[in-house]
Design a binder for this molecule. Structure first.
Ligand code: AMP
Length: 282
C-alpha cells in the first residue's frame, strides 16, 4: 500500500493506473477509521480495480466553535486497517498541500443545504463540496463511495457531480451500527459511559416513527414531537428531528405516495453531536 502526501505523487500513480486500464474507487474520510468506513472501502473494492482512501481532517468544513482541534487522529491504526483490506493507496495531505496559503475562490450552495445539518452548521457543506471537488480532481476516480450516515452530504455531492460534470459514479453505503443500534461514528469516542448508554435513543426514535409511518401514519408531526420529548428525557438535546424530502432536503409534513423521504435527527449528548437517519419510500 502506497501512502502519498503530495498531489504530484498521486497524479503519477493515477496516470499509471489509467495507463494500465485500471478503474479507481475513492473513499474520502477524515480518519479515525471504524467499521463504517471499512464497509465503504469494501464496497469500493467491489466496484473498482484500485481503491484510494483519503485521510484528511478538512478544516474548511468545521465551524469556529466545533471540534476541529480535538477531532480524533489515529493515522497509524488507520493505515493498518486499510492495508488489511488491500487498499492500493492512501492520500493524506497537509493543509498546506490541500489549500496552499492563499485562496481566491469559494463555493456557494444555492439550495438543499438550508435544513438538516446544513441549517445547523453554516459553511459545513460548502467546505465539503470544496474538499471533495479537490479530491475528485486530484484522484480522478471512476467511482466514489460515501455513507448514508451523512445522507445530506450524499445528496449535495450528487448535485455537485451533476452540475460540475465530474463524471464520477457515486455509491451510497448503508449505515453500520453497534449492536445496540448506535450508528458508528468517530465522534462516539467522546461519549462517557452514561452518554453511550443513552445514545442509541436517537435510532430507536427514528425506528419507532418509521414503523408508525409503515403502519399508515401520513402526517407524523405529533409523533415526532413526542419522540423529541422522549429524547430530551434521556438527556439528548434535540438539534432537529424531522421528515425531509429526499430531493430537496426540506421538511415535509405529509407523506405522498411514491416519493422518497429522509427521517433524520441530530442530538447533542453533552458537547457531542450525534446524527442518524432512515430512508422512507412514501
Ligand atoms: P468521516 O470520516 O466522518 O468524514 O466519514 C467518511 C465517510 O464514512 C462518509 O462518507 C460517511 O458518511 C461514512 N460513514 C461514517 N460513519 C458511517 C457508518 N456508521 N456507516 C457507514 N458509513 C459511515
Amino acid at each position: 500500500m502506497k501512502v502519498f502526501k503530495s498531489i504530484s505523487e498521486v497524479h503519477d500513480q493515477i496516470n499509471d493506473y489509467k495507463k494500465r486500464g485500471k478503474t479507481i474507487g475513492l473513499v474520502p474520510t477524515m480518519g479515525a477509521l471504524h467499521q463504517g468506513h471499512l464497509s465503504l472501502i469494501k464496497l469500493a473494492a467491489q466496484n473498482a480495480d484500485k481503491v484510494i482512501v483519503s485521510i484528511y481532517v478538512n478544516p474548511t468544513q468545521f465551524g469556529p466553535n466545533e471540534d476541529f482541534a480535538h477531532y480524533p487522529r489515529t493515522l497509524e491504526a488507520d493505515l493498518e486497517k486499510c492495508e488489511e483490506l488491500g487498499v492500493s493507496a492512501i492520500f493524506t495531505p497537509t493543509d498546506e498541500i490541500m489549500y496552499g496559503s492563499d485562496r481566491f475562490l469559494s463555493i456557494h450552495i444555492e439550495r438543499i443545504n438550508k435544513y438538516m445539518d446544513g441549517g445547523s452548521r453554516p459553511g459545513f457543506f460548502e467546505g465539503i463540496v470544496l474538499v471533495v471537488n479537490k479530491l475528485f480532481n486530484i484522484t480522478k476516480p471512476d467511482v466514489a463511495v460515501f455513507g448514508q450516515k451523512d445522507i445530506q452530504q450524499f445528496r449535495i455531492l450528487q448535485q455537485m457531480v451533476l452540475e460540475f460534470n465530474h463524471g464520477v459514479e457515486l455509491i451510497m453505503g448503508p449505515i453500520i451500527r453497534a449492536v445496540d443500534g448506535l450508528a458508528l461514528s468517530s465522534r462516539n469516542a467522546y461519549l462517557d459511559d452514561e452518554q453511550r448508554l443513552a445514545a442509541p435513543g436517537l435510532f430507536r426514535s427514528l425506528c419507532y416513527i418509521k414503523k408508525q409511518i409503515e403502519d399508515g401514519v401520513v402526517e407524523p408531526g405529533l409523533l415526532i414531537e413526542h419522540q423529541k420529548m422522549e429524547l430530551a428525557a434521556k438527556k439528548l438535546e434535540i438539534d432537529y428531528l424531522d421528515l425531509f424530502s429526499f430531493d430537496e432536503i426540506v421538511p415535509d409534513k405529509k407523506l405522498v405516495p411514491n416519493r422518497k423521504y429522509i427521517l433524520a435527527g441530530a442530538v447533542y449528548s453533552g458537547k457531542t453531536r450525534l446524527i442518524d437517519n432512515l430512508i422512507i419510500e412514501g
